[in-house]
Design a protein around this ligand. Structure first.
Ligand code: DNO
Length: 346
C-alpha cells in the first residue's frame, strides 16, 4: 500500500512541508480547486500541482475528487457534453501520471454531519451525526453550512434540484450512473487510471434524495455495471461503517481487488443512525481497524490509503475533519497496523 494525505492546495493551512514530515508518507491526494464542476482542468494546472508535490519529494498519483456535476447525475440534456468533459479530465490526469481518481455519485450533498464541533471528554472536537437532527433540518432554511455542500446554488435552485431528484428516484440514478460509467471507464482503461467511487456518507437517503452507494449488495451491483478493474471502489470505513448492517472486513474480502483506495478512520456508534468521529485506533470507537487492515492485506490490496477525518486536537483550528495533528496520528497508526499485519504473515 501507499500511504497518502489529502491536501487542499495552497489555501490549505496544512502545508506540503507538514505532510512530507509524516513518517512513511508517499504522496498527496489533491485536486484542481479553482475550476467549477464540469469544466476541463487545464494541463498547466495539473502539471503545476504535480510539480509542487514532486518538488517536496511527494507523489501525486491520486485525485480526490473530479466532481460529477448534478446534470450528469440527473441525466439531463447537458449530461453528454459534461461526460465528454469528464472523460477529457481522466485522459489528462492519466497522462500526467495520476493512477487513481476518487469521485462520488451523491445527489446534491456530499458528506453530511449534524455537528461540526462535537466536544469529546478529552477536550477534542469532532464531527458528529444524529439522524433525528438531520430529519428536522431543512436544507433550504438552515444556517449550517457543511464542507460538502455546494454553496453555489440559490435557495430556488436548490429547491428545484431537490424536487427533481425526489421525482427521479433510485432506479433512474442507477441508470444515469450506468451511462456515466460506460463512457468513462473505457477512457480510464486506456490511460491506466483506476476509478474509485466513494460511498455515500452517511450511507442512507436524506431529504428525499436517493443514495445508492451504501451497502454490500449495492456495491456488488455497482461493480457489475462495468466489470473492469478500472471500475473500482474507494473503501471509506467511516462512511460504510456508519451503518451497523455493513460488515466491513467481509466486504473487503468480497471486493478485494476492486478496492483501489482506502479511507481509514474509526467512528463510534452512539445510537440508531447516530455516531461521532473518534481517534483512528480500534479502542477509540466501534470499528475494528485491525480486522479491516488484515482483510485488506489478506485480499492482496496494493492501492492507496489515507487517514480520513481527524478530530481537532491540541487547540488546532482548521478545515473541519482535515486538520494536521489527528490525521497525522492516524497516518502513523495505520502505517503501524499494516507493518504488523504484513510482518505477521512472513
Ligand atoms: C469527505 C470526503 C468526501 C470525498 C468525496 C469523494 O471528507 O471523504 O468529500 O472526498 O465524497 O468524491
Amino acid at each position: 500500500m501507499k500511504l497518502t494525505f489529502r491536501w487542499y492546495g495552497d489555501n490549505d493551512p496544512v502545508t506540503l512541508d507538514h505532510i512530507r514530515q509524516i513518517p512513511t508518507m508517499s504522496g498527496i491526494v489533491s485536486a484542481v480547486y479553482d475550476v467549477p464542476a464540469g469544466e476541463v482542468w487545464s494541463e498547466e494546472s495539473i502539471a503545476a500541482l504535480k510539480k509542487k508535490a514532486n518538488d517536496k519529494g511527494l507523489e501525486f498519483e491520486v485525485v480526490e475528487s473530479v466532481p460529477v456535476p448534478e446534470d450528469i447525475k440527473l441525466g439531463n440534456e447537458k449530461a453528454p457534453q459534461l461526460i465528454a468533459n469528464y472523460c477529457e479530465n481522466v485522459r489528462r490526469l492519466g497522462k500526467t501520471g495520476v493512477k487513481c481518481i476518487c469521485y462520488n455519485f451523491m445527489p446534491v450533498f456530499d458528506w453530511l454531519r449534524s455537528e461540526l464541533e462535537h466536544q469529546q471528554p478529552d477536550g477534542a472536537n469532532a464531527l458528529a451525526y444524529d439522524d433525528q437532527t438531520v430529519l428536522e433540518m431543512n436544507p433550504l432554511t438552515c444556517e449550517l453550512s457543511l464542507p460538502g455542500w455546494d454553496e453555489s446554488y440559490s435557495k430556488e435552485e436548490l429547491k428545484a434540484l431537490l424536487e427533481t431528484y425526489k421525482a427521479m428516484g433510485e432506479e433512474q440514478l442507477w441508470e444515469n450512473l450506468k451511462v456515466f460509467l460506460q463512457a468513462v471507464i473505457p477512457v480510464a482503461e486506456e490511460v491506466g487510471v483506476k476509478m474509485a467511487i466513494h460511498p455515500d456518507d452517511p450511507p442512507w437517503g436524506m431529504f428525499g434524495l436517493p443514495r445508492i452507494i451504501t451497502c454490500e449488495e449495492n456495491l456488488e451491483r455497482f461493480l457489475k455495471i462495468v466489470d473492469s478493474p478500472a471500475n473500482g471502489l474507494t473503501f471509506c470505513t467511516g462512511s460504510l461503517g456508519a451503518s451497523v448492517d455493513n460488515d466491513l472486513p467481509a466486504m473487503i474480502r468480497r471486493f478485494g481487488n476492486r478496492i483501489h483506495f482506502a479511507h481509514l478512520r474509526n467512528i463510534k456508534h452512539t445510537g440508531t443512525r447516530q455516531f461521532e468521529e473518534v481517534g483512528h485506533p480500534t479502542s477509540c470507537g466501534s470499528l475494528d481497524m485491525y480486522e479491516i487492515v488484515k482483510a485488506l492485506v489478506e485480499s492482496g490490496f496494493d492501492g492507496y490509503v489515507r487517514p480520513d477525518h481527524g478530530r481537532m486536537i491540541w487547540g488546532e483550528k482548521g478545515r473541519y475533519g482535515y486538520g494536521l495533528y489527528d490525521r497525522a496520528l492516524g497516518a502513523t497508526y495505520i502505517a503501524g497496523l499494516f507493518e504488523a499485519v504484513e510482518r505477521g504473515r512472513e
